[in-house]
Design a protein around this ligand. Structure first.
Ligand SMILES: [Zn+2]
Length: 227
């Protein structure tokens, strides 16, 4: 038996739907080894589904932003480059055109890249979440192994990139907490509160890995009854 999966993309405004076949599976007989999806098939399916969805979304965004919002004229293209975007379902290479603004409506304004403007960060929030979540539970090396085992990342994930991700998110969280604390202090001051609590002096430090060696107790310690 052959099983095919198709993705149907239905655009807005009467644009005809496009049908993309994203996977085919062959199954003969029924046993525990052939029942349902295999892990490698699921990873491949997710990767192809992600690439097809992203291509459709980017094409729609390019068509929408490639026209002057005031007069509707088609904007001239200066050139193309590719953005690399890392998602939980693969590393994506996205075509990003650079456009001239409408001369009639915007004069000599600088060229712009609408896709690059839509994607200021090049790593999906979900992949950042997974990397940091597992890095908090195990070493960076094991985090790499676990994520590559279950996700179609399509690229070599290095422990050093996990470390950088954790460091970057840690700085952002600290900055956000500092901003919240300052905002709370400003609100308290505006309400005439006589007491503004000081930030906690406790700091948490994460350690990727380490060894503890148990030293034998010295004679003096045994004599003193210490362990
Ligand atoms: Zn215009």
């Amino acid at each position: 038996m052959r099983i095919s999966l198709q993705l149907v993309v239905q655009g807005e405004g009467g644009v005809p739907a496009t049908v993309n076949e994203i996977a085919q599976f062959q199954r003969d007989g029924l046993d525990v080894g052939s029942l349902g999806l295999h892990l490698e098939e699921a990873k491949s399916l997710l990767g192809r589904l992600q690439r097809t969805m992203v291509a459709a979304q980017v094409a729609e965004a390019v068509a929408r932003t490639g026209m002057c919002p005031t007069c509707g004229a088609q904007l001239a293209c200066k050139g193309h480059h590719h953005l690399v975007f890392r998602s939980a379902f693969g590393r994506l290479s996205i075509d990003s055109p650079r456009l001239y603004p409408c001369r009639r409506c915007q004069g000599d304004a600088a060229t712009f890249s609408p896709i690059a403007n839509c994607l200021p960060e090049r790593v999906s929030p979900e992949l950042q979440y997974l990397e940091v979540k597992f890095a908090a539970l195990m070493s960076y090396g094991l985090t790499v192994n676990v994520l590559q085992e279950v996700l179609p990342l399509d690229h070599v994930l290095a422990a050093s990139s996990i470390r950088r991700q954790v460091s970057t998110l840690g700085r952002r969280l600290e900055a956000a907490q500092f901003t919240d604390a300052r905002r709370q202090a400003e609100v308290a001051a505006s309400l005439g509160s006589p007491h503004i609590p000081e930030p906690s002096p406790i700091r948490a430090v994460g350690i990727d890995g380490g060894f503890l060696r148990s030293e034998p107790a010295t004679d003096a310690a045994r004599t003193a009854g210490l362990k």
